[in-house]
Design a protein around this ligand. Sequence first.
Ligand SMILES: *Cc1c(COP(=O)(O)O)cnc(C)c1O
Length: 493
Amino acid sequence: MNYKSTRDNNEVVTASQAILKGLAKDGGLYVPESMPKLSVSFDELAKMNYREVAYTVMKEFLTDFTEEELKYCIDSAYDSKFDTPEIAPIKKADGAYFLELFHGKTIAFKDMALSILPYLLTTSAKKNNVKNEIVILTATSGDTGKAALAGFADVKGTKIIVFYPKDGVSPVQEKQMVTQKGDNTYVVGITGNFDDAQTGVKNMFNDADLAKLMDDNGYQFSSANSINIGRLVPQIVYYVYAYSRLVKDGVVAAGDKINVDVPTGNFGNILASYYAKAMGLPIDRFICASNENKVLFDFFKTGTYDRNRDFILTSSPSMDILISSNLERLIYKIAGNDSDKNVELMKSLSEKGVYEITDDMKAQLDEFYGGFTTEEGTAEIISKIYKEDNYIIDTHTAVAAHVYNQYVADTNDTKPTVIASTASPYKFARSVMTAIDPAYDSKTDFELIDELNKLSNVAIPQAIEDIRSAPILHDTVVDSKDMCAQVKKILNI
Ligand SMILES: *Cc1c(COP(=O)(O)O)cnc(C)c1O
């Protein structure tokens, strides 16, 4: 199985090369040349644990990894770093099945992929005789940075440098990052916003002189961003796993259809469910839930993707995004794997901020249902599910839960629906607690965490305990125009 770029059908690489490169030279995203099918029955999958399901799914995509290599990566990632042996447990509430993807080290779903990416990357480097040390360069608006730091900390042969907007992340998110341990971790605040950080990182990736200087000193860059197929493939696993648990628990018979509902930002998580369907998982509808930054809702409704609008700061910050990078993979697919057509649309997006798909392409999107939730709707559903089911969800998951209610009212479709639960409520305690009762707003962040513990009866995750007392280990702040100089300083080149 090889991978080709969405912007040039002639750019073909192996899985391990795609993981090492992250993004194709032409700026395209790597996609599998064809979609593999699941090789075992759902009844067999129902008997497997998470790691076994992961191997069954991932071996179809990472065909240049040996069985031993891939099992080593999987076993190293999905171990006691997760606070439950189920890895991704399912909770029933509000008539839906919440797939909890936040039981890893940093209590957000990014851990599902970023726990394994360092192993996939270092194995890929070995397979391709890469001698350089790999420098992971990441810009973050909060969750990705911490999950990548936790994944790469003390991984031999790598360094990780994370840039974040000094005043653009939540206090918990910042504390999580600046307390990161590990001799190979570097966290740098910038004066500027997330876009400045992202642009600075992209410029470094595209700087040929810098690449040469790096290579001369035994370094090369790689990316932990969600466009890397090394992040996408591990995300397919938990949809297959979720379905296998529903079979195991007798919620569905093998082969019965389900829906999935995903709180969406960069379109990586929901795209993984789309790939799971292509592998043979019986998914009927993909419910794509947005917050007030509802570019995707408008896109599914009209066929026009238009980022020319105000950027709205919401209580679900990891979904505050106007350019959903992974959507490009879906666009390429519905254009009939036509890289020229895709290039035309992506050029229009970068030049004018807008593109429109053809009627023929739009007709292939019937299996998607786009919905969005306001800030009031987000708070309302957190309170409702707490009161009715005594189950507390975070703000991102709440966006999806609200859209699920809209979907059922709109379609009367009551098929079992899996909602991707993407973060622990502890990570967004203030928004969650004030949704339940506005009076909580007078309390401090850590008081709110203790109150949340009392209401939910869910143990306070280690990730939160860690930051109560952890010393600050990173305090560098630079201007966004000095990011490259900072990288050179860190690498001593
Ligand atoms: C990243 C993130 C999302 C959005 O996922 P995408 O794959 O970017 O669509 C949703 N919720 C949380 C908590 C996240 O961290």
